[in-house]
Design a protein around this ligand. Structure first.
Ligand SMILES: [Zn+2]
Length: 245
């Protein structure tokens, strides 16, 4: 059935556009607006444009981001360290990902008895290669340790101490939530995934980041205070300030 959905989508595409095989057996191409399965395309940052995140922040491997992101991350973590509730608990699950790594992340969990049956379903939770903010060096997935019974990259992160602190404070350090609850992009609610756009338009590096994410910000604005479950609403959070546009 899902395969038919992909085939149906392809039938809408111009005949002169060759379908791209995203993963083995998963052929789908961008829609006329340039998006692929709802996701916006992003170029891969050069390694020389990246810097390591603060030491001890990554849960495994290394966390690479743009230098201006690393600087604000250091400020964010220093501020979080002043809160006994979250001190030392905010960590990174995933930061910069190359397009080839993104392809592995996207494709390796498609198939019978895997996380997704096909690329359409997978794209609700992960950007296809070439269409992920992680390739830009401006985005990262936060996590928390010790984990209070909430797996990484799960909506329950919004209700952890770390998740609540980020929702309340991350914008002060230039981060905004890329995929808020109910976003019009068709991507699942991802309270762990934040992109950096600078705490003000004139912050060093902010202009480039805001230009890169201009379409995403205009079409699918961040709304971190909107929760996926109204019965457990996060509103109101005192002191929250949305990013100036
Ligand atoms: Zn992410």
């Amino acid at each position: 059935m899902r395969q038919l959905a992909v085939a149906g989508l392809m039938a809408l595409l111009p005949l002169n556009v060759a379908a791209e095989e995203l993963c083995p057996g998963q052929r789908v191409d961008a829609t006329p607006d340039g998006r692929l399965l709802g996701h916006i395309s992003y170029a891969q940052a050069r390694m020389t444009d990246l810097a390591p995140a603060p030491a001890g922040f990554a849960l495994s491997g290394r966390c690479l981001v743009r230098p201006e992101v690393a600087a604000d991350l250091a400020r964010l973590l220093a501020a979080a360290a002043l809160s006994p509730e979250v001190k030392g608990r905010i960590r990174a699950v995933s930061c910069y990902r190359s397009v080839s790594h993104q392809r592995h992340v996207f494709c390796s969990k498609i198939g019978p008895r895997k996380a997704a049956r096909d690329a359409v379903e997978r794209a609700r939770f992960v950007g296809p290669p070439g269409y992920s903010e992680h390739a830009t060096g401006y985005a990262l997935d936060f996590g928390t340790r010790p984990s209070p019974g909430c797996a990484d990259t799960n909506a329950c992160f919004a209700r952890t101490a770390a998740g609540r602190w980020l929702i309340q404070h991350a914008s002060e350090y230039g981060f905004e939530l890329s995929f808020p609850a109910g976003n019009g992009q068709g991507v699942s609610y991802e309270p762990w995934h934040w992109r950096w756009v600078g705490s003000s338009a004139t912050a060093p590096g902010a202009a480039a980041a805001r230009a890169l994410f201009a379409r995403a910000r205009a079409s699918y604005p961040a709304a971190p205070m909107v929760n996926d479950n109204p019965a457990r609403s996060l509103l109101p959070v005192p002191g929250f300030q949305s990013l100036p546009k």
